[in-house]
Design a protein around this ligand. Structure first.
Ligand code: ADP
Length: 153
């Protein structure tokens, strides 16, 4: 018997959860795509954040719902605006690795007021980052619910 309270045990468990356990499939768009194509992908794939990759397949940017809405409000044709001119771009992208702790990611999402992060790994030649997953507020909500469920059982 460890003498630990239920709340201490729960805290320990929360702190141990890794990104890998709750990551989702990333939805990526080429940086040569138009804003119109990005909007179509966002609807078809049912995600709130798109990750933009360059021709080498490396992370180049992020486009959120509001980024696309903003681009659509302007006078320019969304069919002629490339996604890479409206996206948030590297090196300003916040990303994480599968080995990171989920609790740290939750803090980052709150602090930066964003919905999600790309989960990345360094490419073979170290020249860029490959997008291997997506972690969002929804994944963190799922972790929260699972923890509560574990307690009940
Ligand atoms: P929305 O803009 O739809 O409310 P977010 O709150 O996630 O969605 O995004 C807010 C802004 O932050 C957007 O301009 C978006 O491009 C940017 N952003 C989203 N995720 C990231 C990230 N992981 N790293 C850097 N910037 C991001």
């Amino acid at each position: 018997y460890t003498g630990k309270t239920g709340s201490q045990l729960l805290t320990e468990k929360v702190k141990k959860i890794k990104v890998a356990e709750f990551t989702s499939m990333p939805v990526v768009v080429q940086d040569s795509a138009t804003v119109y194509e990005a909007i179509c992908t966002m609807f078809l794939e049912d995600v709130g954040t798109l990750f933009i990759i360059n021709k080498n397949g490396h992370l180049a940017g992020v486009a959120s719902r509001k980024d696309l809405l903003r681009a659509s409000m302007g006078k320019q044709e969304i069919n002629s605006i490339p996604i890479n001119i409206i996206m948030t771009r590297m090196p300003n992208i916040t990303y994480c690795y599968k080995e990171d702790f989920l609790l740290d990611i939750a803090h980052i999402l709150i602090e930066k007021q964003i919905d999600g992060l790309p989960v990345v790994k360094r490419s073979q030649n170290e020249s860029g980052l490959e997008v291997v997953g997506r972690i969002t507020k929804t994944n963190i909500t799922k972790a929260f619910v699972e923890l509560a469920h574990d307690e009940i059982l």
